[in-house]
Design a protein around this ligand. Structure first.
Ligand code: SF4
Length: 379
């Protein structure tokens, strides 16, 4: 029996904003990383394959209904027109997701939650095949996975997953520095990151490795940058995506900050760390900073050829006067600026200056605490 709804997990990568979301597992089987709050207090569960299939059938039922409405409304095959109307008035979160997915072409799906790769390979293959058979417009299926799990899967299993339709894995590498991985309780070593990453690359599944800028804090930033670059250089992932550490209540790291064990790096220090990471990267990967938490979201390019261009962007920020740096940092964290070029936009620049004046009238100033608290809103 199908329904008008299906189960959704809490998150997906920014690049999967328009993908259909299918919850293959619930929560995180590791769930111990100090910097992560997403699944804390929630138990990991493998969902029965039959339940996942019922969810896929529910998606098809919603899609069929939209097709019928499109036909009756004289739109013919143009289902996007109906999807757009549903987006303004969705029945529930699931129908919103289906409408969004269809509006943007209906060709991409993301399997939630934190480590789908932990499913038994034959079961995951069954889910992938059923998804493609039931919704044939899907040509790209991606998911999250842990390096440790990828390091334990046989290469043949990963190849089977690719052949069944798994196009890309998003892996939270975070760091390549073992003492930091241990301190953060990431549950993986640099060697396992390399083994898991190389396995995925060899299997032909596209790989996206996520690095967490600022994770080393004031103590380990240097080693975090250089050792992470070493690991990435060995993996040669298709994509390296950076995010910036943001801390909020509910994360074990929040307590570490409170009791003084972890000292956070400032925005300027994190940019210095990013520079060191970039200087040490010697791989053929696409570098992307598309996460809202990143100060320099515009850093993007293909390595190695765009390295100098990206370093020049970092140098441009570092050469700003202290006042302009302050203006830019606040503008980014208030969501006014998208990139450094916005500093030349007098309307935006003035509006940030007014915010700074207002803060000072209220006896406040643009300091790290204010920046950190503004960043919390992004996660
Ligand atoms: S493995 Fe990923 S989802 Fe699980 S606790 Fe760590 S960061 Fe969070």
């Amino acid at each position: 029996m199908t329904t008008d709804s299906f189960e959704l997990g809490p998150i997906r990568p920014p690049s999967e904003a328009y993908s259909l979301l299918i919850r293959a597992t619930r929560n995180c089987p590791w769930n111990r990383c100090k910097f992560c709050h997403v699944y804390k207090g929630k138990k990991f569960e493998l969902r029965p394959v039959e339940d996942i299939k019922q969810d896929i059938l529910a998606v098809k039922a919603i899609q069929d209904k939209l097709k019928e409405i499109a036909l009756k409304s004289g739109y013919g095959e143009r289902i996007e027109e109906v999807a757009a109307a549903i987006l303004n008035n969705p029945l529930n979160e699931a129908s919103f997701n289906v409408a969004l997915w269809l509006y943007y072409g209906g060709d991409s799906a993301f399997l939630q939650d934190a480590n789908t790769l932990i499913m038994r390979t034959p079961e995951l293959v069954e889910v992938l095949k059923f998804l493609k058979q039931t919704l044939p417009s899907i040509t790209r299926i991606t998911s999250y996975g842990r390096s440790k799990t990828a390091s334990k899967k046989k290469l043949e299993e990963l190849i089977q997953l690719r052949e069944a339709g798994l196009s890309r894995l998003h892996i939270g590498l975070e760091s390549g520095y073992d003492p930091l991985l241990k301190y953060m309780d990431k549950g993986v070593t640099a060697a396992e990151h390399i083994k898991g990453g190389k396995n995925i690359v060899k299997s032909g599944i596209s790989l996206c490795e996520y690095v967490l800028l600022g994770l080393g804090g004031k103590k380990m930033w240097r080693e975090h940058a250089t050792e992470t670059a070493k690991v990435l250089n060995q993996i040669n992932a298709d994509f390296i995506r950076v995010r910036t550490l943001t801390i909020k209540e509910g994360m074990p790291l929040y307590e570490e900050v409170k009791n003084g064990n972890f000292i956070r790096a400032t925005d300027e220090e994190i940019i210095e760390e990013e520079k060191l990471l970039m200087e040490n990267l010697d791989c053929k990967s696409n570098f992307i900073s598309d996460h809202i938490t990143n100060l320099l979201q515009e850093l993007e390019g293909k390595l190695p050829q765009d390295k100098e261009k990206m370093l020049a962007t970092i140098a441009r920020f570092q050469s700003l006067s202290p006042e302009e740096k302050q203006n830019f940092k606040l503008g980014r964290r208030l969501g006014i600026y998208e990139g450094l070029d916005d500093l030349d936009n007098s309307i935006k620049h003035d509006s940030v200056e007014r915010a700074i004046q207002k803060l000072s009238q209220n006896g406040k100033q643009v300091n790290e605490e204010l920046i950190y608290s503004l960043m919390e809103r992004f996660i």
